[in-house]
Design a protein around this ligand. Structure first.
Ligand code: CA
Length: 162
C-alpha cells in the first residue's frame, strides 16, 4: 500500500559506483606486523580490502569484496571500512610478518550496492624487527649513547612511533 520512502527511491536511481577521492586508497603507518589502510570515496558506502603476498595475482572486485585472493582463497588479512561521503575511514591491519612487502587491493561500493568494476592495488610493507634497522635508527637518533643494538626495545622505547 505505502510508497517506498524517499531514501529508497534515491538508492534505486543510483546506478553508478563510488569514485575514490584523489590520494585514496592508501596505506600508511607501517609497524612490525602491519600497517593502516585508508579509504575515502565521494558518496556514502564502504571500502573492502584484502592483503595479499607481494606479486600475487590480482583478484576481481567481487573477490576483494568477499575477502578472497584471485584463486578464491582467504586473503592474509581482510576487512571492511564503512565510509561517509568524502570522509576518510581507516582500519589497522596486523598479524603480518616484519620486513615484508604486501599488495593491498581495495574496492568500494555505495549504499545502493554499486560495486566498482576494478580493485585498486596499493603496495605496502612492514618495517624491520627492533633488532634491525629500526633500533639502529632509534639508538643513533633518539638515545645518545645507546649500546643496546641487537636487543629488544626496553620500556623506555615504547613511546616511539614510526
Ligand atoms: Ca553511487
Amino acid at each position: 500500500m505505502d510508497y517506498a520512502p524517499p531514501a529508497l527511491i534515491l538508492d534505486i536511481s543510483d546506478i553508478t559506483p563510488p569514485n575514490w577521492i584523489s590520494g585514496w586508497p592508501a596505506v600508511a603507518l607501517p609497524t612490525l606486523t602491519g600497517f593502516t589502510v585508508r579509504a575515502e570515496i565521494d558518496e556514502p558506502g564502504a571500502a573492502f580490502y584484502v592483503v595479499l603476498a607481494d606479486g600475487a595475482a590480482a583478484p576481481s572486485a567481487a573477490q576483494v569484496r568477499a575477502g578472497q585472493d584471485a584463486t578464491g582463497g582467504v586473503a592474509l588479512s581482510t576487512g571492511t571500512i564503512a565510509l561517509a561521503a568524502a570522509s576518510e575511514g581507516t582500519a589497522v591491519v596486523g598479524n603480518l610478518f616484519a620486513v615484508t612487502p604486501y599488495d593491498v587491493y581495495f574496492v568500494a561500493e555505495d549504499r545502493a550496492s554499486n560495486l566498482q568494476a576494478t580493485p585498486v592495488k596499493v603496495d605496502a610493507a612492514t618495517i624491520p624487527e627492533p633488532a634491525g634497522l629500526a633500533l639502529l635508527l632509534l639508538c643513533s637518533l633518539r638515545l645518545k649513547g645507546c649500546r643496546l643494538l641487537g636487543v629488544p626495545p626496553t620500556a623506555g622505547l615504547k613511546g616511539f612511533r614510526f
